[in-house]
Design a protein around this ligand. Sequence first.
Ligand code: NAD
Length: 266
Amino acid sequence: MSGRIEGKTALVTGAAAGIGQAVATRFLAEGASVVAADIDEAGLSKLVAEAGSDRLVTTRCDVTNEDDVAAAVDLAVSRFGGLDIAVANAGGGTSSEIADHDFAEWRRVVDLCLHGVFLTVKHASRAMRAAGRGGSIINIASLNAVQPGRGMGAYCAAKAGVVALTEVSALEMGRHGVRVNAVAPGLVRTSATGPLWNIPGAVEEFVENAPLGRFAEPAEVANVVLFLASDEAGYVSASLYGVDGGARTRRYPDMIAHVERLMSGG
Ligand SMILES: NC(=O)c1ccc[n+]([C@@H]2O[C@H](COP(=O)([O-])OP(=O)(O)OC[C@H]3O[C@@H](n4cnc5c(N)ncnc54)[C@H](O)[C@@H]3O)[C@@H](O)[C@H]2O)c1
């Protein structure tokens, strides 16, 4: 398979690691030009070393900073002549029950996971609307947008917000030929989830709660993002695609209970 997005230009945020890196790499393999945006400059250099292509440019971009996001979109336009695809992927969580939640930490997570997506959608939408040639925006939400997890209030609220933001922007951008969709991964093995493998029983419970009986690799999320980016999804908008092995049908593991068991030596 190759060339499914040949000649298109894509912006991928959080592209230095995990799902974003898999998306950027797959997009390059499918013929797109890619602006890989991240705060991790060493990770971006590694991406260039591994996936190096004259169709890849990287930029230091904090998705919570509007000037950074606007500059990343401008870079796609100035370097490659336009923006056809944007993947709002940068995100990350925290762990605290709401009654004990530090407000600054709550704000940090909502800023990253919701406001970062808002800024990416906003500036990608403006560029796509101005160019008048349509486009596809894919927001990386989470299984936690639809399934609550204990100690995950900020993350769940932000990711549910991403789904609402996706629907509203799809509603607004449809007349400009811009499709906006969201993807909701379950457990994917990345640097973000790596620590789970050190908590006895945690990954096993995720696996048990997924009807397919396993966790996912980043490339499996990239497959679905690629479909949504491509013309094959030409009549798909405002949708939420689960990539969770069916885990939505069961329940989310109680991570705080796992950590408490670990701390008490049990
Ligand atoms: N891994 C999973 O199991 C899983 C499950 C559901 C949803 N997700 C979502 O998928 C997305 C990617 O997660 P991942 O597991 O690949 O994470 P990861 O930590 O492996 O990669 C995230 C990347 O985002 C970058 N980043 C962090 N803050 C940033 C900022 N302010 N501006 C720009 N870049 C920033 C990091 O430097 C890193 O390169 C996130 O939105 C996450 O919430 C992941």
